[in-house]
Design a protein around this ligand. Structure first.
Ligand code: NAP
Length: 274
């Protein structure tokens, strides 16, 4: 059986297990999980009876042809050092690690490699997983991985050059938007006395409705602003203030995040004694 192996049962790993199994794209006997701590292994076994739990990453690699690695970038070299010696070479490795390039990964594993960047919002079945296949990935393996991530929401294929910018929006974006929701609600609460929880509730509904409006009408944001920011009105006063200050703030934010993308992998390229 072509079992799928998942290394790492943190935010992303547990979300993938949940998505793969609740969507029915995998059954419990088609999935094997390995993770560092006994605590996380027990949590996975308790949440998903029937899922294979491997005691080591190498044990997982011996059983699976598709191996998804959902550990932090700084742990990637350790994990590869553990699994590569027991692999045949015809496996398909899928890395979730932000900032570690296909070239870096190919330097230690010259076989089938894919980078996938999911988003925390896939926990509720919405959001985009970015997928970038390496040169060695055949069509069946590519479709298999795309199918797995489709069970969590949208899949968008991107080139590796596009990946950092696309990731800022689809994967880091929910964190940025959460800051905006928090600040907008916080400022409203501070200025008006509206309880912050109520302000957050109203803001969240408004954000979801605005996205739905733009998506369903096909309007561009600029067109929508023209519709709501009538001359001399309250919205127009707010829009003018934000247009003065936000471009600078967002330029700085995006530049610093792109710089961070280049260092977050901090890939040592260690090829040890295997
Ligand atoms: N969070 C996001 O929104 C997001 C979005 C896109 C991509 N990513 C990428 O996804 C990856 C995982 O992120 P995350 O947020 O899920 O991190 P996380 O919550 O810290 O989870 C990391 C997991 O890796 C496990 N682990 C650490 N070292 C290991 C080892 N040597 N062998 C096996 N398992 C090991 C940990 O195990 P224990 O629990 O057992 O200690 C933990 O379950 C990262 O590379 C990140 O760049 C994250």
């Amino acid at each position: 059986m072509d079992r799928v192996g998942l290394i790492g049962y943190g935010h992303m790993g547990s979300m993938l297990v949940n998505g793969f199994l609740t969507s029915g794209i995998l059954s419990t006997d088609e999935l094997v999980v390995a993770t560092k701590s006994l605590e996380s292994r027990n949590a996975c076994a308790a949440a998903w009876p029937g899922v294979g739990i491997a005691r080591t990453n190498a044990e997982l690699a011996r059983q699976c042809r598709t191996i998804i690695i959902a550990v932090r970038p700084q742990e990637m070299a350790t994990v590869l050092n553990e699994i590569l010696p027991v692999m045949d070479g015809d496996e398909h490795i899928v890395s979730l690690a932000a900032g570690i390039s296909l070239k870096d990964l190919e330097s230690v594993f010259p076989g089938s490699l894919t980078r996938a960047i999911p988003t925390i919002t896939s926990t509720v079945g919405q959001g985009t997983t970015l997928v970038c296949h390496g040169r060695q990935v055949d069509i069946n393996s590519a479709l298999r991985v795309e199918g797995l991530f489709s069970s969590l929401g949208n899949v968008v294929l991107v080139s590796e050059e596009e990946l950092p910018a696309a990731m800022l929006l689809s994967s880091c974006g929910p964190g940025l938007l959460a800051v905006i929701i928090d600040e907008l609600a916080g400022a409203t609460a501070r200025a008006s006395g509206l309880p912050k929880d109520r302000a957050i509730g109203l803001t969240m509904e408004m954000v979801a409705a605005t996205a739905a409006y733009l998506r369903e009408t096909g309007r561009r944001p600029g067109e929508m602003i023209e519709e709501v920011a009538t001359g001399g009105g309250v919205t127009e006063a707010g829009v003018r203030k934000l247009r003065e200050r936000l471009p600078g703030v967002f330029d700085e934010t995006i530049i610093s995040m792109l710089e961070r993308c280049n260092t977050v992998g901090a890939w040592s390229g260690r090829r040890t004694d295997f």
